[in-house]
Design a protein around this ligand. Structure first.
Ligand code: ADP
Ligand code: MG
Length: 301
């Protein structure tokens, strides 16, 4: 097969591992810088151009699209779809999962366990919203944030109102969440490929920190997940419509609670913590998916 990996950083561990795994399975693979793709969408023959050449003949595209380029990245991915090239995660599923508000609304409708969460736009409604989510301590999050940046723990009502006021004053989109104290600064990342959890790790925050993100100094170890956690991770990914995803959940007194579903999950942390070959599992999924999709491809907007 001819595989395209959409990634801005060929030297990144995840990209390198995917290239390595694809080659080991006998495929031709090319890393394409998402932001250097340009497109002709005016003709009947959609095309993508890259550094002066037309990108043709790919059997499947693996998107590795960072949160900061979701809009353009989704457009490039959609263009491949318009050309009839299967994309491992579709542009629609990618945009759906990147919008935390939208994902939470879909999860809540389908009865997925979630921390009690509120959204607001107007500072006038802060007091009521704080009440609505059960009062302090609360976690306040920037909807567009990643890697733990923009996630704040407010222990008192005053702290919560000032942080919310400041964020809303900056016209940021925020969500206000019940603080799951009993998770003790740890969360579980389930790596889901083709409706199966292929690897899972527990991330523990450094002492004095509640955010377990590896970028914030969190430490990852192998974890055995419960059947309930496994089933919930798979369901969440299905609801998002993704073929591969990283599902983050908190262990609470009332069972697993989903925090987010990441459509371009990193491979470094999970492969090191679990010693599993996740990259090859992704390539195997590509092989199956490309074959299945080529036969009955439908254009989706
Ligand atoms: P990001 O997208 O920036 O990673 P998250 O929503 O995943 O934001 O939050 C970052 C980390 O903060 C989580 O991995 C978790 O350890 C901690 N955290 C987030 N929300 C809560 C919460 N409601 N209760 C307890 N800990 C939380
Ligand atoms: Mg996170």
């Amino acid at each position: 097969m001819k595989i395209a990996i959409l990634s801005r950083r060929p030297q990144l561990y995840s990209t390198r591992r995917l290239v390595e795994a694809a080659k080991a399975r006998g495929h031709t693979v090319r890393v394409i810088d998402t932001l250097r793709c340009y497109m002709n969408i005016s003709s009947h023959h959609p095309s993508i151009h890259y550094r002066g050449e037309s990108l043709d003949g790919f059997d499947v595209v693996i998107p590795r699209i960072g949160a900061s380029i979701t809009f353009y990245g989704a457009a490039v991915l959609r263009q491949f779809e318009m050309m009839g090239v299967p994309t491992l995660n579709s542009s629609l599923a990618l945009t759906r999962s990147r919008d935390k508000l939208r994902s939470f609304q879909l999860f809540s409708k389908r009865g997925i366990g979630l921390p009690v969460t509120g959204f607001a736009d107007s500072p006038d409604d802060i007091d009521d919203l704080i009440q609505l989510v059960g009062g302090p301590p609360l976690v306040i999050k920037l909807v567009e944030g990643t890697q733990g940046i923009g996630v704040v723990l407010a222990e008192t009502k005053q702290a919560a109102s000032s942080v919310i006021e400041a964020f809303l004053g900056m016209k940021a989109h925020i969500m206000i969440q019940e603080y799951i104290k009993e998770s003790n600064g740890a969360d579980i990342r389930c790596f889901v490929i083709d409706n199966k959890v292929v690897a899972a790790m527990r991330r523990q925050a450094t002492p004095g920190e509640f955010r377990s993100n590896l970028h914030r100094g969190g430490k990852a170890t192998l974890v055995k997940i419960t059947p309930e956690e496994r089933a919930m991770a798979i369901r969440a990914v299905k609801i998002m419509g993704l073929n591969i995803a990283g599902v983050d959940m908190l262990r609470s007194d009332r069972g697993p609670l989903i925090m987010e579903v990441n459509s371009s999950p990193g491979l470094k942390g999970i492969e090191h913590a679990t010693e599993k070959d996740v990259a090859t599992a992704i390539i195997l999924c590509c092989e199956k998916y490309a074959k299945k999709t080529k036969r009955n491809y439908r254009l989706k907007g």
